[in-house]
Ligand binder design. Structure first.
Ligand code: 13P
Length: 287
């Protein structure tokens, strides 16, 4: 089922688990995420950054690919197709292309502009039954060209953005896109607790899910995080398995250079990361 992220997140929030947003990059990624979700009967959110959409041939191509793979593989679990870190223009274009969920990331704009544009995107999306994520503060590191300084969310700003009626709320709590450095201080649970208090209990989103230890994930879920985004961890697993295949010379044996064979070990490694995340986040059998 292609659906908005609203109901699946409200259910996760109520029952104390989180839905994974797994970012997709190509057909292999999309297929593996859909198939693992069905295998483990887990709801899922397919994250699509503007850069990834551009790479795949635009928002409409992405939607067509997801829709057809979903039907072809008889996917029955709830699947949302979500714009990740959308600009104002990108949010409107993804909505027009049929995305079922939109993140408008106005965190780098002056706050008044973030607030006004978030309000407008919420109205537009909700009139079509599409869910909306907004962000205050910024996630450190880089996600497909979107660079953040990693500032912690301001509480009054968080309160005002949450009050626009967004369905989920992303706040910077010391999380970073990409691998965490050795000296990372960890998630700031005091800020998360405050954000949960001022945002009226809406589902919270944790970006930068790669490499966050299990105990921090559990604590974040207990403090209202219902959506956790993972991207880099699949890419690292894919690259390592592909490297091994080539270093073992397997691409040179028989027809090992056939892309369907060459991409298989990496795809299987990325699929295992998805299984592990669904298990850690508690979404298995929650579809
Ligand atoms: P990672 O790449 O660190 O897993 O973060 C993904 C993310 O937050 C997408 O928005």
């Amino acid at each position: 089922m292609l659906v908005s992220a609203r109901e699946m997140l409200l259910k996760a929030h109520k029952e104390g688990y989180a839905v994974a947003q797994i970012n997709i990059n190509n057909l292999e990624w999309t297929k593996l995420v859909l198939q693992v979700s069905e295998e483990l009967k887990s709801p899922v959110i397919l994250g699509v950054s503007e850069g990834a959409a551009k790479y795949m041939g635009g928002f409409r191509t992405v939607m067509a690919m997801v829709r057809e793979l979903h039907d072809h593989f008889n996917i029955t679990v709830p699947v949302a197709v979500h714009l990740d870190h959308g600009t104002y223009e990108g949010a409107k274009a993804a909505l027009a292309a049929g995305f079922t969920s939109i993140m408008f990331d106005g965190s780098s704009l002056p706050f008044d502009e973030n607030l006004a544009k978030t309000k407008e995107i919420v109205e537009l999306c909700h009139s079509k039954g599409v869910s909306v994520e907004a962000e205050v503060g910024s996630i450190g590191g880089e996600e497909d060209g979107v660079v953040g300084t990693g500032e912690l969310a301001d509480l009054e700003e968080s309160r005002q953005i949450a009050a626009t009626g967004v369905d989920m709320f992303a706040a910077g709590i010391g999380n970073i896109h990409g691998p965490y450095p050795e000296n990372w201080k960890g998630l700031d649970f005091d800020v998360l607790r405050d954000i949960q208090r001022v945002t009226g209990g809406i589902p919270l989103v944790l970006h930068g899910g790669t490499g966050i230890p299990g105990d921090m994930i559990q604590e974040a879920i207990s403090l209202g995080v219902s959506k956790i985004n993972v991207n880099t961890e699949l890419q690292l697993a894919f690259a390592a398995a592909t490297r091994k295949y080539i270093e073992e010379g397997k691409d040179l044996k028989s027809k090992g250079y056939d892309p369907r064979k060459l991409l298989k070990p990496g795809t299987e490694a990325a699929a295992q990361v998805v299984r592990d995340k669904f298990t850690l986040f508690g979404s298995v059998n929650k579809a």
